[in-house]
Each structure stands twice: as structure tokens, then as C-alpha cells.
Design a protein around this ligand. Structure first.
Ligand code: PEP
Length: 246
């Protein structure tokens, strides 16, 4: 069985003190979720402090974004090598906020996935459809295209070495969570597209997960964990989710 994974995307929230306090509270209780892998994705400016605060913890740290380029005159950008250098092991690529607010294309995201792996990071590829696309029956088509762009760039075997998070855009930060059946059906579709090579690939669900709806979602056979935004900013709530997955 694939070990469940719980990831917390803090987005652009928190100050230096609150960032380290949050992970110290998680680490203090890590024996209560030993059956679960946990990653936190703090804002870039807090990464070093969070890595230091988790030095003797099993909790992993990742960046929320990175450049697809190795280095260069790219003001404001952060490379995968920089993330790796300060102690990150993961990076989110293609979060829906990057796709919609920052207009990142499928190809750019595929390049980021490729560069992340080349620089020793495990990318967490986020995919998902908008409300309009779901209403038009395009969910599978959209998600398939987002995944295919990465396969074209890195091949299916490398895709499967990463993590995939299915996050319907209409469920992110809205309080409107996909039903367990809706989420399971997209996960099953992705799993079947990956075939045997994806047998061990972790497929996460994301979109308004909290301690009240997590149990049903994570009981679905093709859902191996979650990518959690808002609820990952509250230590007790995030711990509750981890504990019910353990
Ligand atoms: C996210 O940021 O990936 C996310 C799923 O956010 P929320 O849990 O707040 O919907």
C-alpha cells in the first residue's frame, strides 16, 4: 500500500514567527501521525527558517513555485537548485493560482517539472478543471491535457516519480469540496492513464479539505492523501487531518 501523504500549502500567509511556531507544533506531535508523510510549503522567505525548525523532524519542506530556468537574469525568480540548496525536497508546480493568476501554461509547467527533477526535487504537479469546464463535461479532457504536457516533456516514467495533486479549481479556497465520488472518479481516471508505471505514484486530492471532510475523501481507493491550503495554517486542524489518515 502507498504511504499516505499530507501536504500543506501556506500560500502567501504568515510571518517569520508564526511560520516557525506552526511547524514546531506539528513536529511536537509527529509521533501521532507516523503512518503519514507530511510536507509543508511555506512562502519562500520563510523556507530557511522552517527547514531549520524541522531539522530533527520527519516533516519535509517544499517551495510553492520555482523557475523553469537553472539561473540567469530573472529578477524575482527562485531556481530549483536554490530550493534544494537550502534543504527543500519538494516543489509545487502548476498550482491553479499559478495557472490562472500568473498565466502559466501547460508547457511552462512541464518545463518546471523537468527542471525540478533535474535539480533533485520531487515535483508535486497540480491539475484540475474550472467550474465552467466541469459543467461542460470537460474535466477528464482538461486534466488529461495537463498531464500529457508533462509526459511529453519528461516521459511517463519520470512523471510517475513525482506526485500528482488533483485540485478542482472550483473547490480551492471556496469551502466547496468535491464529493468523495467526484474526486475518486477523476483519481481513478488518472491512475488508469498512468497504467502500471503509476502503481506507486501518490495521487492527492486538494480543494477545501478540512478535518470534517477528510476521512471520507481519504478513504477512497485512489486517493493517497491531500494538498491542503487554508486548513494547513491551523496546527490543530492540520494535525487532526494527519491523525485521521494515520
Ligand atoms: C490549495 O491551496 O492547494 C488548496 C487546496 O487550498 P484550500 O484547501 O484552501 O482549498
Amino acid at each position: 500500500m502507498v504511504k499516505p501523504l499530507l501536504a500543506g500549502n501556506w500560500k502567501m500567509h504568515g510571518k517569520a514567527n508564526s511560520a516557525t511556531e506552526l511547524v514546531e507544533q506539528l513536529a511536537a506531535h509527529e509521533d501521532t501521525f507516523s503512518g503519514v508523510d507530511m510536507i509543508v510549503f511555506p512562502p519562500a522567505v520563510h523556507l530557511s527558517a522552517v527547514v531549520d525548525a524541522l531539522a530533527s523532524s520527519v516533516i519535509d519542506v517544499g517551495g510553492q513555485n520555482m523557475s523553469q530556468h537553472d539561473d540567469g537574469a530573472l529578477t524575482g525568480e527562485i531556481s530549483g537548485a536554490m530550493l534544494k540548496d537550502i534543504g527543500c525536497d519538494y516543489v509545487l508546480v502548476g498550482h491553479s493560482e499559478r495557472r490562472t493568476v500568473f498565466a502559466e501554461s501547460n508547457n511552462e509547467i512541464a518545463e518546471k517539472f523537468n527542471t525540478a527533477q533535474a535539480q533533485g526535487l520531487t515535483p508535486v504537479l497540480c491539475v484540475g478543471e474550472s467550474l465552467q469546464q466541469r459543467q461542460q463535461g470537460q474535466t477528464v479532457k482538461v486534466v488529461t491535457e495537463q498531464i500529457a504536457a508533462v509526459i511529453n516533456q519528461v516521459g511517463i516514467e519520470n512523471l510517475c516519480k513525482g506526485v500528482i495533486a488533483y485540485e478542482p479549481v472550483w473547490a480551492i479556497g471556496t469551502g466547496e469540496v468535491a464529493t468523495p465520488e467526484q474526486a475518486q472518479s477523476v483519481h481513478a481516471e488518472i491512475r488508469s492513464q498512468l497504467g502500471l508505471q503509476g502503481a506507486d505514484t501518490r495521487l492527492l486530492y486538494g480543494g477545501s479539505v478540512n478535518a470534517s471532510n477528510a476521512a471520507e475523501l481519504f478513504a477512497q481507493p485512489d486517493i493517497n492523501g491531500g494538498l491542503v491550503g487554508g486548513a494547513s495554517l491551523k496546527a490543530q486542524e492540520f494535525l487532526n487531518i494527519a491523525q485521521l489518515m494515520a
